[in-house]
Design a protein around this ligand. Structure first.
Ligand code: KIV
Length: 274
């Protein structure tokens, strides 16, 4: 039995059924150990394309490939037995046509065991979302700040202010009507996120969208304090693991240099005593 109260792995329908109820808890994971750590606490675990920046040191998510997503997806799947696993479709793997999106989404699901894919875009991706859903691929949509469009958005800015407000509401309605089972709202003003949450029948999962969404998602390395290159305003560090890890590495280096490590208990005798 898991901390979230069910004994089988969650499915998209379980997440959809959480609309308006207990907040949906979601974190990213990219490796088996972190997947094991977060599994019983989360309803949904996202193999995000943020892996490119967080683990591979890329300057944006644009360089993330299908091969990277497959490899990290397989690793995460080995660590999950409770939370639904959703995997990001990387930049360039779905925008060209619904057929291209289906081919790559099917590969991600078949090769990793993910229960759903996530893709970025609203009104302009609605046709693709409907195409995937009709062919057995559950889709989580992602609107607001869509990092794969950083170059056309002109940076990682708050979305949905001014004239953008009506556009974002239209995006949310379009992905819901197309059959997405949930939608990520990234970097959206709180009032607008509340309005979208009230308007659409699918759960909204916020990141920088206030407390009124149906759920929340954070990048796990951000909330653990492991990724420290920069900290977006919406990130709360619930731990300082980067600081703790650096202190441990410094202690190890000092003990190797003064020969206090390895001690007798870490070493092997020449003969085993009988
Ligand atoms: O790639 C990612 O981790 C994401 C979340 C931040 C929503 O898309």
């Amino acid at each position: 039995m898991s901390a979230t109260g069910t004994s089988r792995q969650k499915m998209p329908a379980d997440i959809l059924a959480m609309k308006g109820g207990a907040p949906i808890v979601c974190l990213t994971a990219y490796t088996t150990p972190i997947a094991k750590l977060v599994d019983s606490h989360c309803d949904l675990v996202l193999v995000g394309d943020s892996v490119g920046m967080v683990l591979h040191g890329l300057p944006s998510t644009l360089g993330v490939t299908m091969e990277m997503m497959v490899m990290h997806g397989q690793a995460v799947a080995r660590g999950l037995s409770n939370a639904l696993m959703v995997i990001d479709m990387p930049f360039g793997s779905y925008e060209e046509s619904p057929a291209q999106a289906f081919r790559n989404a099917a590969r991600l699901m078949a090769e990793t065991g993910a229960g759903a894919v996530k893709l970025e875009g609203g009104v302009h991706m609605a046709e693709t979302i409907a195409f995937l859903v009709a062919r057995g691929i559950p889709v989580m949509a992602h609107i607001g700040l869509t990092p794969q469009s950083v170059n056309t958005l002109g940076g990682y800015k708050v979305q949905g202010r001014g004239e953008g407000r009506a556009r974002l509401i239209a995006d949310a309605k379009a992905v819901a009507e197309a059959g997405a089972f949930s939608v990520v709202l990234e970097k959206v003003p709180q009032g607008l996120a509340d309005e979208i949450t009230a308007e659409v029948a699918i759960p909204t999962v916020g990141i920088g969208a206030g407390a009124g969404c149906d759920g929340q998602v954070l990048v796990v390395d951000d909330m653990l304090g492991l990724f420290t290159d920069f900290k977006p305003k919406f990130v709360k560090r619930f731990g300082q693991l980067g600081v703790a890890a650096e202190a441990a590495v410094a202690d190890y280096a000092a003990e190797v240099r003064d020969r206090s490590f390895p001690a007798a208990e870490h070493s092997f005798a020449d003969e085993v005593k009988k």
